[in-house]
Design a protein around this ligand. Structure first.
Ligand code: FAD
Length: 540
């Protein structure tokens, strides 16, 4: 049940059933909780007031990482935990996670020396239980420049070389939600929790407005979980009794350049002049650079890169790649995200811990915040353990998500994925698309590519290229994409990594969505304007 067509059935089910767990928030945290709970046999509902992953979970650096930076802050437990989780996420979702060798350039005057870096990376390998073929290497100056010829040479003494994992945060979230749905979780986007209902001072239901139809429903649940990321305090304010813990928001932005402007074939993690660290990562013919970390007190709904943010990252790029003459005219796209961090008095943004925390209000509402994309599975397991213990749910089993492939990953693993991609891509070629196009689809959708191919086989009633048309239909029928932004941002990432494609096909995409979903004239205009606004925010 995850097509646009099923919205009214889903709303009806949500309105008439008492669930074991209602999760508010369809970012990676809420998605993970829905999957853990549903796979243990609990009945689960999940609602998001926007699209799934429209909050921070489509706006991160898109790394499943072992948290090397936490080593600098001596958060050894966190390094060990996220390092191990990284491995689990990879094995359970090989189609959305990919190992990426990361270069850590070292300079005479830099914050990291060769000796400390070697020691730190060795410790990191141990703590994160890094697999042998991915353990750290140390490079000399010549080897470093061979990998990244555009690096600043002055003072360069070599580099550390280690593995991180690249992902697509929003697609990862979708695959988690789709897996939860396989276990009968009932999930819907554009459904906003507006207030709570109580019995004997305990929260027993949430009132929800469907933002698409305007219908109001009430969802009853034994346990309501607030997993609303940057909005957790807003939701807690709706709760009758709330305690005084606070989430502090910090903003991080990323800039995207064409490879012809920022030619990088190797991901790097480098020191900025002010002692922070920034990633530059090649992806699909582009290079993206980020992130910043500044306190943010505005509305988290649609953060954008400010002039200062852009200037900061451009400076960082010029500092590490002085041979390039990058200007703001070279920026193709950008995004900004808000970190929901647990408030710590007197600390600057980069010093605040990325640890997650769970707290319970006297009404029984459970809130979870902080944390990382990388640690989503462990966070989910922990909070569902709390829920099961609290409610003594007899029908609940132990969590098995460590060994549970996500949607699109059934039967796949790091060993056989390469062959699977090659075989399926050959199959795709028979449908009249190129091997390369088919390969990209298999790499993105994993075993679900079968359903994407189905839409290629069925013929194309638009003037969109065949693969794009198939992706669009898949997103509408299998991933509840309701708007052009859902498709171009959360289902495909094209708005960040292929702006030219978005500009070329935005009208045709809106036409197809309008015909299938049945937008009214005013809805169509609204979605058109919304997409233009996002394009403007990403490119201005
Ligand atoms: P969100 O993704 O924001 O989800 C919360 C959801 O709740 C939203 O979709 C929102 O619409 C919904 N919601 C809010 N109020 C309501 C309501 N009333 N009713 C219904 N729904 C509601 N982590 C990593 O592991 N690797 C990285 O590389 C990384 N890079 C990052 C870079 C940046 C710049 C930032 C900001 C974060 C980064 N993180 C990274 C951290 C990671 O992205 C976040 O920890 C994670 O995405 C938070 O997910 P979430 O589900 O808690 O919040």
């Amino acid at each position: 049940m995850f097509s646009y067509k099923e919205r009214s059935t889903i709303l009806n089910t949500l309105n008439h059933y008492t669930f074991d767990v209602l999760v508010i928030g369809g970012g990676i945290t809420g998605a993970g909780i829905a999957l853990d709970a549903a796979s243990r046999g609990l009945s689960v509902a999940l609602v998001d007031m926007q699209d799934f992953a429209a909050g921070t979970s489509s706006r991160s650096t898109k790394l499943i990482h072992g948290g090397l930076r936490y080593l600098k802050q001596f958060e050894l437990g966190l390094v060990a935990e996220v390092g191990r989780e990284r491995e689990i996420v990879y094995e359970n979702a090989v189609h959305v996670t990919k190992p990426e060798w990361m270069l850590l350039p070292l300079y005479k005057e830099g914050t990291l020396g060769k000796f400390t870096t070697r020691a730190a990376l060795t410790l990191y390998d141990r703590l994160a239980r890094v697999r042998p073929e991915e353990r750290r290497k140390m490079l000399n100056k010549k080897q470093t420049l061979q990998k990244v010829p555009i690096l600043k040479e002055d003072g360069l003494i070599g580099a550390g070389y280690y593995v991180e994992y690249k992902t697509d945060d929003a697609r990862l979230t979708m695959e988690v939600i789709k897996k939860a749905i396989e276990f009968k979780a009932v999930c819907i986007n554009y459904a906003r929790v507006t207030s709570f209902e109580y019995k004997k001072k305990k929260v027993v239901a949430a009132n929800v407005r469907d933002e698409i139809s305007g219908i109001h429903i009430t969802i009853h649940a034994h346990q309501i979980v607030n997993a609303t990321g940057p909005w957790v305090d807003d939701v807690r304010k709706m709760d009758q009794v709330h305690n005084n813990k606070q989430v502090r928001h910090t903003k991080g932005i990323h800039l995207v350049f064409d490879q012809s402007k920022l030619p990088l074939e190797q991901a790097i993690y480098f020191d900025t002049e002010d002692g922070r660290m920034v990633f530059a990562i090649p992806r699909d013919g582009k290079t993206y650079v980020g992130t910043t970390d500044t306190f943010y007190d505005d509305d988290p709904i649609q953060p954008v890169a400010s002039e200062e943010d852009v200037a900061y990252l451009l400076n960082a790029i010029r500092f590490i790649f002085p041979k390039l003459s990058i200007t703001e005219n070279d920026i193709e796209s950008s995004w900004a995200g808000i970190r929901p961090l647990i408030f710590e008095k007197g600390k600057n943004p980069s010093e605040i811990s990325r640890k997650d925390e769970i707290w319970s209000s006297p009404s029984g509402l459970l809130t979870i915040a902080g944390g990382k994309l990388t640690g989503y599975r462990q966070m989910a397991e922990t909070i569902v353990d709390v829920i099961i213990k609290k409610h003594k749910f007899k029908h609940a089993q132990k969590s098995n998500t460590k060994f549970l492939p996500l949607s699109g990953a059934k039967g796949l693993n790091s060993v056989n994925f390469h062959d699977y991609v090659a075989n399926k891509a050959k199959e795709g070629e028979q449908l009249g698309i190129t091997y390369q196009e088919a390969k990209q689809l298999v790499e993105k959708y994993g075993t679900n590519v079968v359903d994407v191919f189905h839409f290629i086989r069925n013929g194309n009633e638009s003037n969109l290229p065949k693969p794009l048309y198939a992706e669009l239909l898949y997103s509408i029928y299998y991933e509840m994409a309701m708007t052009p932004c859902d498709f171009f941002i959360r289902r495909t990432g094209y708005l960040y990594f292929d702006m030219e494609l978005v500009q070329n096909y935005k009208e045709a995409v809106i036409e197809v969505m309008s015909t299938i979903i049945g937008y009214s004239e005013s809805e169509k205009i609204f979605y058109q304007m919304q997409l233009e606004q996002f394009i403007d925010d990403a490119t201005r």
